[in-house]
Write a protein that binds this ligand. Sequence first.
Ligand SMILES: Cc1cc2nc3c(=O)[nH]c(=O)nc-3n(C[C@H](O)[C@H](O)[C@H](O)COP(=O)(O)O)c2cc1C
Length: 404
Amino acid sequence: MKRRLYRGRDVRRAQNIAELRAMAAARLPNFCLEYLEGGADDELTLRRNRASFDAIAFTPRTLVDVSARDSGCTLFGERISMPAVIAPTGFNGLLTHEGDLALAHAAREAGIPMCQSMVSTVALERIAETGVRHWMQIYPFKDRENLAGVVRRAEAAGSEAIVVTTDVPVLGNREWDRRNYRAPMKLDLANLIDLAMRPNWWWDVLVPHGMPRFRNLGDVLPPGRDDARNAATFLSKQMDPSLNWEDVQWLRGLWPRKLIIKGILRPDDALRAKALGVDALIITNHGGRQLDSCVAPIEVLPAIRSAVGPEMTLIVDSGLRRGSDFVKARAMGADAAMSGRATLYGLAAGGKDGVTHALAILRAEIDRTLGLLGCPVLTDVSSDWVSSQGGMHHATPALQGVEC
Ligand SMILES: Cc1cc2nc3c(=O)[nH]c(=O)nc-3n(C[C@H](O)[C@H](O)[C@H](O)COP(=O)(O)O)c2cc1C
């Protein structure tokens, strides 16, 4: 019999994240799937993100008692159940109704933090109220006064951290995403027909609430104009290509809690952020959605770790799809890793239950990896547990010379 992934509706039948992805693809209209999946230009970065994880090989130790295993670690001094954080992703309301709430509840139950996107469709106060460890991501829009308003809202809501995304000075070129529209925000005929064939999706997302609105741009968009069309025009005008280190300094003065920069890929930038009093760095290429032909974050992580030293909190993302990838991230020097699409596949496949199942899959895979590795305690994983010769060097010529 031919191998086939399950594509039905029962999320608990998914064996892994790839299977949740297949289920998400079956449920979502094409234009939503493309928004979720796509990368920039030729998607070289997107593919490299996966290839670089695949190329890391473990060097397991044998005859170790692994009967007591621990996948947990600490982040900013507080325990998390596994080295994972939900990555900020905008417009989750397009995948399922109030998708951000589903992510927040699932993350809280799983004992991990959630970073909410500024271009999300549920007000940040409602997400913080769930009791999840709440981080708020911001795009430093040109209008800094209004931006300060969002930061103050996060402070009042009790958010633990502000995450400044710095890798969108200009928007990446997502051609496949654009191809679905005949004019901005106007789907072409093929996509309208495809949409008509997805009653489960539109019943959940569009009926009876209408197109999701951008609830955290309320401070910057005129009242009542937080719908997708206005927001898209606004966002394209408000992305600030002049963003620089002085703005980070300004935010440091404004925000008393944890300040995190998301968009670092070089040791010199990491050192500069550290000198400005930034608390943590997210080593990322935005899941391959911004600069194409970009290094994969996991490749540059070891060099950034040696530059900033052992104390600074480093989080990596882009391309993690298996629990073993989270263990690899720890081995390469990260404190934790962010899950972007992996948990969004769960969300798109089955709402909160889908995210819960995605996180359960990742946790089981981390636990199993630790057992098979002969390193039962996650915090004991180091570069000693991966090979710098085997996988890395013959798997992809592009990765030759990368230290790990
Ligand atoms: C659909 C989608 C929307 C995203 N929206 C944002 C966003 O609003 N802000 C942000 O900082 N990053 C955003 N990202 C990037 C993620 O935070 C993260 O860096 C990326 O998804 C990690 O790669 P992965 O999807 O391979 O795990 C988005 C990613 C996706 C897939």
